[in-house]
Every structure is written in C-alpha cells, then in structure tokens.
Design a protein around this ligand. Sequence first.
Ligand SMILES: Nc1nc2c(ncn2[C@@H]2O[C@H](COP(=O)(O)OP(=O)(O)OP(=O)(O)O)[C@@H](O)[C@H]2O)c(=O)[nH]1
Ligand SMILES: [Mg+2]
Length: 288
Amino acid sequence: MIKGLFQRIGGLGGRRLDDDLLDELEEGLILSDVSVSTASGLIADLREGARRGQIATDEAARDFLKKRVIEHLGAQTAALHFNPNGVTVWLFIGVNGVGKTTSIGKMAHRLKDEGHTPLLAAGDTFRAAATEQLQEWGRRAGVPVVTGQQGADPAAVVFDALCAARARGCDIVLVDTAGRLHNKSNLMNELAKIARVIERETGRAPDETLLVIDATTGQNGLAQARAFSESAPLSGLILTKWDGTAKGGIILTVARETGVPVKLLGVGEKADEICDFDAKEWTETMFS
Ligand SMILES: Nc1nc2c(ncn2[C@@H]2O[C@H](COP(=O)(O)OP(=O)(O)OP(=O)(O)O)[C@@H](O)[C@H]2O)c(=O)[nH]1
Ligand SMILES: [Mg+2]
C-alpha cells in the first residue's frame, strides 16, 4: 500500500513539487496498488494545485494527498449495523483464502467481549475442513456453531442457524460462506439464495454484507468488488492481511469506485488482531 509513500521517495526534505516529484508520487501510488485512474486523478489535482501556486513543497503535497484520500474513504467511520429489534445477521463473503473464516472468529471473540451472544453459521459446506476450522474458532471463543453436512445447501445451514439463534436467545449470527470465484455464476446465485433465506426468516436483509478483501490481492480486488456487489448489495469491506504487506492501496480504489465503506481491518492471524477501520489513521500510515 502507500504505506510510507514519502519514505519511499526519500522522505520529506522540503523538496520542491516539480514534474519529477509528481512522477515519483504517481509511480509510488501505483506501486502501492492504487489503480492507475485513481492515482492519475490524485496527481492531476496536485499538478493543478502546483500550477496555481497553492502547493509548492513535498510537505504541502503530502497534506493535500492526505486530505483527498480521507475524503475518498469517507471522513466519518462507518459503524457496523445491528438490528435493534431482533437477531442481527452479518454475512461474510469473498474469494478463496482472503480471511472470511478468520475474520468471523475474531469478531466472535470481540462481540462476546462486548456482551453480545453470537452464533456462527458454517455456511461453507463446500471446502473440506471448513466447518472444523469454524468450530475451532467457536470453541476458543465459547460461542455455538451451527453446521451442516459437507455438500449440504448453505442456505439450509443458515436457516438452521437462525432457528437455533432464536431458540437459544443469541443476538447476532455471523454467516461464513465458501470462497468462490467471482466469475462463477452458480456460486454467486448461491449467495443470493442465502440472502433470500435471511430476508424471509428475519423480515429484513442481512444487517451487514461484508466483502473480505486481501490487502495483498492487488488490482483484482476491484473486479471482485464489482462482481460480488452484483449478487449481493455490499454494506462494508474488510481489508485483511494489512500486517503483512507494503501494499493495500487497492482499498482506496475499491472504496472510491463502489462507494462501499471500509469497516474492519485485519492485522494478523490472532483472535484480537482485527480493528475498526479508521480512515485518518490508515491515511497517516500510508503517507508517513
Ligand atoms: N497475517 C494475516 N493473516 C490472515 C489475516 N486474516 C486471515 N489470515 C490468514 O489467511 C489464511 C486464510 O484465512 P481463512 O480465514 O481461512 O480464509 P477464508 O476466506 O475463510 O478461506 P476459504 O474458506 O478457503 O475461502 C489463514 O492462514 C489465516 O490465518 C490477517 O489479517 N493477517
Ligand atoms: Mg473459510
């Protein structure tokens, strides 16, 4: 990501904002997986500011970029939604291996610590061992997990989970789903079916449909976001593996082009390594 963009170009030495510096900044943004169109838009704005004499140095360029990026990401933090009148349902979706199950496990811990009574739905009936992985997270968090047979209809597992949540008085259901290719229509239809079951059973759409994106994914993240938003209206993004990369600029492009807010940041494999996304803090890190 743009983590340390200004470090990358040799720090803030009071350099004059000339064409060379503009080129280096644009290249730095693109190397950080900000899309070419987002990067050139930002640089064009900088160039215009420089032409008008408003931005003359690297420090001023940094302050300008920070302001613009925070605007792109949405200045106020978008809070996670809860259902005030019944069971809350959050659906976690995304391609293979991005960190859906891990993010659910982490949130199970956090929600429980906050006094909620979560229940996990093992909607990934496709991958061998997916259910066991979720059960292990549930066991460690002390949270019940509703499972189905391998190959069972995920929508049926979600149905069972909603019934179990009502019976046990759980206030939030976190639904795991199988990783899928964003260009496989049958799998994408399955997501729509899960959402329909939730709507039928609770009388409302999922309170959150969270698309999980791996920070190391690169430009493919945008294609994923576009494809998934066609099968289910997205309410938030989770950026995972933020700890392990110098990239992650893709989230800026995805948030800007889809208008979906980033809600959570995964910063490791452990239970407590997830935090609310803070646009200001994230931007500070990017432009250090
Ligand atoms: N470093 C780091 N690793 C993570 C993070 N989130 C998930 N992982 C790791 O990424 C790998 C895949 O995570 P899963 O949660 O199994 O991913 P998934 O999306 O459920 O994968 P499928 O079920 O196969 O689609 C695991 O090894 C996790 O420990 C994170 O924020 N940081
Ligand atoms: Mg999984």
